[in-house]
Write a protein that binds this ligand. Structure first.
Ligand code: FAD
Length: 458
């Protein structure tokens, strides 16, 4: 009988264990490869995020020789219907590990079981499946560094081989799909998105490998292209981390090896947060550490709108928030600074910021994003201590000393040379182009944040 491969966070053809399993199960009968656009999720995506998914789906269709079947609707009914339509004996997926995905998949599997169609999970979007790495007593790790050590010691499988011949079934997509994707792709952007698709992702990765030796020093400077920018591909599984880890292991010279080790550690953060979410699904939207449960937060007001639109009057914060809206991506250092600003300077509970990020980030991922937020907010499992309050001005001066990053994203400050762009208030013409004045006084809000912290933990 035929089999159905349902793609979700694995929009690629190489290094794809679930594809191999579907191919194996089908024998000579052929495999259909499908993606379901769930209107519930689609509606929730901001326009940049939606465009990125649409472009990636188009590219995935090409990767699968024009045979990707795209249907629209609730996957819990769409998938069983499609499986029955093609006479599949089994539906194959890469195991989903987010709370939403796990629930949806369990329900889909139950519906399929009613029709005697098998549900087969093979692999995960991670080098080591969430839940596998445990300490000596069999418990999950709560702190990153020992997790990362155990994760490395555990090791990961080699990349999967490409299937030799793949007999792809020709099944219609929904009639509405072409228009839906066209509309999403028509959303205009000032800056190009990364090129979508597996070939482009691998090209980006190879280019990055040439300069991985500089990663340790350049990765904290938002004005430089010092990071891999692979997160949008990793998010949709266009690349699997296993592929990257295998390439890193093959690097020769010392300098590259150091950069590679730092990069590996960043991938380990991604795996750690997925592991934490697996063990504590509530951590997606609730404080992981209860110790700040009595913390007093403010209700979102105009200052939160200013934060969202990049109009706070703090140059590095505004640069980051505008980069997010315009490109769907933000540099890691600036994610920390903008998140700290919302939680500590504006005293807003972190899920409000996490929601905004998830709507707009093309790499928006509930585990990495929401735990990244909890780290900054001091509520996470292995969080930065609450009293570490980022000063947005000194952070800007330190990590964007040339001011290039700020000028790139905040045109009202483009006339200020060098680091002056970080302190318009110090220059007579600082506000010549209608840049807003700071919405709060950082020193006051820092004191306020610390006194709320003391009150909450007393
Ligand atoms: P690189 O520096 O090249 O790192 C390589 C890869 O390692 C990344 O692609 C990513 O998969 C992983 N990685 C790096 N840093 C982290 C980290 N701190 N936590 C988890 N994984 C990491 N990352 C997301 O992928 N999706 C998100 O939604 C997301 N939201 C974040 C929100 C906040 C508040 C913070 C502080 C961080 C968030 N991150 C998120 C982590 C990090 O900022 C991005 O992964 C990184 O900026 C992506 O750019 P890159 O691919 O060039 O990173």
């Amino acid at each position: 009988a035929t089999s159905l491969l349902w793609l979700r966070r694995d929009l690629r053809r190489r290094d794809h264990p679930a594809l191999l399993a579907a191919r194996e199960a089908a024998g000579d009968a052929g495999v259909a490869v499908a993606f379901v656009i769930d209107p519930q999720l689609w509606e929730h995506c901001g326009p940049v995020r939606r465009r990125w998914l649409a472009e990636t789906l188009r590219a995935t269709n090409e990767t699968y020789d024009g045979r990707l079947v795209i249907r629209v609707g609730d996957p819990r009914t769409v998938i069983p219907r499609l499986a029955a339509e093609i006479g599949a004996a089994s539906v194959h997926v890469t195991r989903e590990t987010t709370p939403f995905g796990v629930r949806r998949d369990a329900e889909t599997a139950r519906m399929l079981a009613d029709d005697d169609i098998a549900w087969v999970e093979t692999g995960t979007p991670y080098a080591i499946g969430p839940g596998v790495v445990r300490n000596g007593s069999g418990d999950p790790y709560k702190v990153f560094t020992p997790f990362a050590r155990a994760w490395r010691e555990h090791g990961w499988p080699e990349p999967a081989l490409n299937p030799r011949a793949l007999d792809l079934l020709d099944v219609d997509s929904d009639a509405t799909v072409a228009k839906l994707l066209d509309e999403a792709i028509a959303h205009e952007l000032e800056d190009d998105l990364p090129e979508a698709g597996e070939a482009a992702a691998l090209k980006r990765w190879r280019e990055f490998l040439e300069r991985v030796g500089d990663y340790g020093t350049d990765r904290d400077l938002p004005a430089k292209d010092g990071t891999s920018k692979l997160s949008p591909y990793l998010k949709l599984g266009v690349l699997h981390p296993r592929t990257l880890l295998a390439d890193l292991a093959g690097l020769g010279n010392r300098r590259d090896k150091d950069g590679a080790e730092t990069f590996e550690t960043e991938l380990a953060w991604r795996e750690f947060y997925a592991d934490v979410l697996h063990h504590q699904p509530d951590s997606a939207w609730h404080d992981l550490r209860g110790s700040l449960g009595r913390m007093a937060y403010d209700r979102p007001d105009d200052t939160v709108d200013a934060w969202r639109s990049g109009m706070t009057g703090f140059p590095i914060v505004d640069a980051g928030m505008r980069q997010l809206l315009q490109t769907g991506w933000m540099h890691n250092r600036v994610r920390m600074i903008t998140a700290s600003f919302l939680t500590k300077d504006l005293h807003i509970w972190w899920p409000i910021g996490a929601r905004h990020f998830l709507d707009h980030l093309i790499d928006g991922d509930v585990a990495s994003n929401n735990h990244g937020w909890q780290w900054v907010a001091g509520t996470g499992t292995d969080a930065s201590p609450y009293f570490r309050v980022f000063n947005p001005v000194t952070q800007g001066l330190k990590f964007d000393p040339s001011g290039d990053y700020v000028r790139r994203w905040v045109p009202e400050l483009a006339h200020l040379a060098g680091k002056a762009a970080h302190e318009p208030w110090k220059h007579a013409d600082g506000y010549a182009h209608d840049y807003p004045e700071p919405v709060v006084d950082h020193a006051d809000e820092r004191r306020e944040a610390l006194s709320r912290y003391e009150a909450a933990t007393r």
